[in-house]
Design a protein around this ligand. Sequence first.
Ligand code: ATP
Ligand code: DNN
Ligand code: MG
Length: 237
Amino acid sequence: MPEVPLPRVVVVTGTDTDVGKTVVSAAVTATLLASGRSVAAYKPTQTGVGPADEGDMALVTALTGARTAEGVRLLAPMAPRPAAALEGARLPTLAHHRRAVAALLDAHDVVVVEGAGGLLVELTDEGETLADLAGALPDCGVVLVVRSGLGTLNHTMLTREALSRRGIRQLGIVIGSWPGPPRLPDVIESSNREHLATLPEGLLGAVPRGAPGLGAEVFRTSAAAWLPGLAQRLGTP
Ligand SMILES: Nc1ncnc2c1ncn2[C@@H]1O[C@H](COP(=O)(O)OP(=O)(O)OP(=O)(O)O)[C@@H](O)[C@H]1O
Ligand SMILES: C[C@H](N)[C@H](N)CCCCCC(=O)O
Ligand SMILES: [Mg+2]
């Protein structure tokens, strides 16, 4: 059966905040770049940063060299709606984010979009979520970033169910941080990985612990090997 082509918009969500979405967004971006595509990344709502701080997109640029953009940045390290309320700010609308992604698509083959926290965190003043944005973006699919350890199976299944109930295309799962020497994966992590690989959308791969500290050159040249399920679908050399 022929492979369905990958979409032009790859939304990176996670089972929670701090699961490694930014690092995986960088690894997905690097894998797409290695396949010869031009790529930009977009963070609709960046919380927990001041005007001069580096947000998630600065790390994606530092690790991959890709052009990146943010929809809005807010100071409080919390969900966008309460963070906006604290500083009396309005959040961009879903239409604003759609236009921002469309503008990046005008100049790039693929746009990678990183959510804030998990899938159903509210991104707009109307209470729309990343799931609503993914549903509103044409030619879009979702990569789900998950933890390796105990508890990840339930969180993964909940997020998959929310995606599937909304008819959102699931491109596959990535483990955000996979243990490596000196700490080897424990029996639970190995069993989780085996189970995640049996799900129909597939396990695209796992980013090794320590990857963000490897330096841009090593990160860029290694990313496709961390995400073999993605690289294979892209025809990455
Ligand atoms: N593979 C990894 N190796 C080492 N550290 C990692 C790895 N993945 C993530 N981390 C670290 O874990 C923390 C959380 O990761 P990250 O910032 O990517 O989470 P996130 O899911 O993007 O969170 P947010 O919801 O704030 O966007 C960061 O300090 C990051 O450097
Ligand atoms: C500040 C943090 N790192 C993220 N950017 C925002 C996470 C919001 C999570 C909200 C929640 O699920 O309770
Ligand atoms: Mg992040």
